[in-house]
Design a protein around this ligand. Structure first.
Ligand code: FES
Length: 131
C-alpha cells in the first residue's frame, strides 16, 4: 500500500515502522467481525480494531486509523502481535512491547502505542462482554 503520502509521513521513522506502513496485511475494515472497537486519542486520531475469534483465539484481525504514520505503525504492530494469539495472550500485549518491536518511536508519538493497545483491548472487551 505504499503511496506518496506514506513516504512523506514515514520520514524520520525507524525502518521497522516504514516496513509496517507499507504492508497492508492487517489494514482495513471487516464486514462481519466477532467483535470490534473504536477509540479516539487525545490528539484527535481515531482507531478501529476488528477481530474474528474462534476457540478463544484471534484467527483474523484488521485495524483502521486516520492517524499519522506512527499511529498506523503502532496499530499494525499491535495487530501483528495479536494475530493467532489467544485472548489471554493478546491481553498481555503492552504499549511498551509495541514500542520495543518498532525499535522505538519519536518521543511525541509514544501515545500512539497506547492508543493501539487500548483499541485492541476494547475490541477484546467487546468480545468478552458478549460471550
Ligand atoms: Fe495521536 Fe498518533 S499522533 S495517536
Amino acid at each position: 500500500m505504499e503511496n506518496k503520502s506514506n513516504k512523506e509521513e514515514s520520514r524520520g521513522y525507524p525502518k521497522e515502522v516504514i516496513k509496517l506502513l507499507n504492508n497492508p496485511k492487517f489494514f482495513g475494515r471487516m464486514n462481519d467481525p466477532t467483535s470490534s472497537s473504536y477509540l479516539k486519542g487525545p490528539c484527535g486520531d481515531s482507531m478501529e480494531f476488528y477481530l474474528v475469534i474462534e476457540d478463544k483465539r484471534i484467527s483474523d484481525i484488521k485495524y483502521y486509523t486516520n492517524g499519522c504514520g506512527a499511529t498506523r505503525a503502532c496499530a499494525a504492530m499491535a495487530a501483528h502481535l495479536a494475530y493467532g494469539k489467544t485472548i489471554k495472550e493478546a491481553l498481555s500485549i503492552s504499549a511498551g512491547e509495541v514500542i520495543k518491536r518498532l525499535k522505538g518511536l519519536p518521543e511525541d508519538h509514544l501515545h500512539c502505542s497506547i492508543l493501539s493497545v487500548s483499541t485492541l483491548y476494547r475490541a477484546i472487551a467487546d468480545y468478552l462482554l458478549k460471550v
